[in-house]
Design a protein around this ligand. Sequence first.
Ligand SMILES: [Zn+2]
Length: 159
Amino acid sequence: MRIGLSTDIHRLEEGYKLIIGGVYVPYELGSVGHSDGDCLLHTVCESLIGALALGDLGKLFPDTSEEFKGIDSSLLVLQVMKKVKEKGYKVVNIDSTVFLEEPKLSGYIPAMRENIAKLLEIEVDYVSVKATTSERVGIIGRKEAIMTESIVLLEKKEI
Ligand SMILES: [Zn+2]
């Protein structure tokens, strides 16, 4: 078994879309990023990279690269899943938290879990997405940023 952890923060600004876990969340502010700014899928991706001890997201997908500009972050997850399988592992479960002051995410969480389950090739029961605010304190509370954390467990596939 191998475990991987990841934390990510993106600035929130007008004129950007807010995409979380592959789900478009209508809001006055969006997540700034070189890719589609999907903070949740970035930690999904990077926790897998961490579990395999392959470095970090920036090492695999440089934000200076034209190739990854505006890219759908689910494509990044699929690329990393290829490495997971090449190394002979499969995902057991994943647990994530989204820190965001507004808007309420409860209505979008089932779709985020479905997306992540499909990308990681596991049942939705093994995908947890939680949302919390920051009680109006700090960069999250002032609606300046979105933050996510993910932790994933991998297991060696039986041959
Ligand atoms: Zn990111």
